[in-house]
Design a binder for this molecule. Structure first.
Ligand code: NDP
Length: 259
């Protein structure tokens, strides 16, 4: 599989799926910019990659801020020469009944999950198209393919991110660039820890019961690991994946297809 020597930007790279993706790409010889807001986390991820023999840089970025994205892209091009791979992984999730969801909670999820992906793609696709090679992977969710109670804002933003993925894929298909989405079920990350804490807080369940409620949504009765998601993302970034475009790669143990 060939991603060696490519230059990648991974947003939300400080922990969870983003950190695992930065590691998977780096292990395959990709030079990686790790971006998020918390400098201690991205510094630590980049340092670990360098300690493992990779080339990696940490750059602070808030994907809800167009100026911050412009600065990320400019600094990344300075370091990488060119951005070949963009992984739009930065994301947030807040659960609430629709009728109790504040406008600011709704707007913030859209700003990070959807508009953040749009702005990062708008800033990087032109140079990918000019070069005739590029890979964009948007980290969506199975919540981008179906709804569920209490996640209307998150699910709406992820459905939109998938619409963005499919439309962008059509625009760049003839230029050697692909745009795909991965759609995991529950992954073992700090985001899911927060989901479990929220369930215990709202329902009075203990942690084990809350975890079991989450596991009941998966036919495999387990959390997906970040490394599994990262491996699929890394594959989509290879030359060998050049025909896969505009797709939603579902990693859910069969939840969507068997229920
Ligand atoms: P985490 O909460 O563990 O990590 C999220 C990352 O996104 C952090 O590095 C965070 O860093 C960054 N981030 C959040 N807001 C911003 C922002 N405004 N600008 C830049 N970076 C930001 O989440 P996961 O690893 O679990 O999730 C990663 C992606 O996977 C998300 O898009 C999520 O929706 C999706 N996903 C997760 C699932 C799960 O079960 N965990 C299931 C399906 C999809 P910082 O706060 O420092 O900015």
């Amino acid at each position: 599989m060939t991603v060696q020597g490519r230059g990648a930007v991974v947003t939300g790279g400080g922990r969870g799926i983003g950190a695992a993706t930065a590691e998977a790409l780096s292990n395959q010889g990709t030079r990686v910019v790790v971006a998020a807001r918390t400098s201690a986390e991205i510094d630590s991820v980049a340092e670990a990659l360098r300690g493992n023999g990779g080339e990696a840089w940490a750059i602070c970025c808030d994907v809800t801020d167009p100026e911050s994205i412009e600065s990320l892209i400019n600094q990344s091009i300075e370091r990488l020469g060119r951005i070949d791979i963009l992984v739009n992984n930065a994301g947030i999730a807040t659960a609430a009944p629709l009728v109790k969801m504040s406008l600011s909670t709704w707007t913030q999820m859209w700003a990070v999950n959807t508009t953040g992906s749009f702005l990062c793609m708008r800033a990087t696709l032109p140079q990918m198209v000019e070069h005739g090679w590029g890979r964009v992977v948007n980290v969506a969710s199975i919540a981008g393919l179906r709804g569920a109670a209490y996640i209307s804002g998150y699910a709406a933003s992820k459905h939109a991110q998938i619409g963005l993925t499919r439309s962008a894929a059509a625009e760049v298909a003839s230029a050697g660039v692909t745009v795909n989405a991965v759609c995991p079920g529950y992954v073992d990350t700090p985001m899911t820890d927060a989901t479990i804490a929220n369930i215990t807080d709202k329902t009075g369940m203990n942690e084990e019961e809350a975890l079991n409620a989450i596991l009941a949504t998966s036919p495999q009765h387990r959390l997906i690991t970040s490394e599994e998601v990262a491996a699929s993302i890394a594959f989509l970034c290879t030359d060998e994946a050049r025909s896969i475009n505009g797709q939603t790669i579902v990693l859910d143990g069969g939840a969507i297809s068997t229920h």
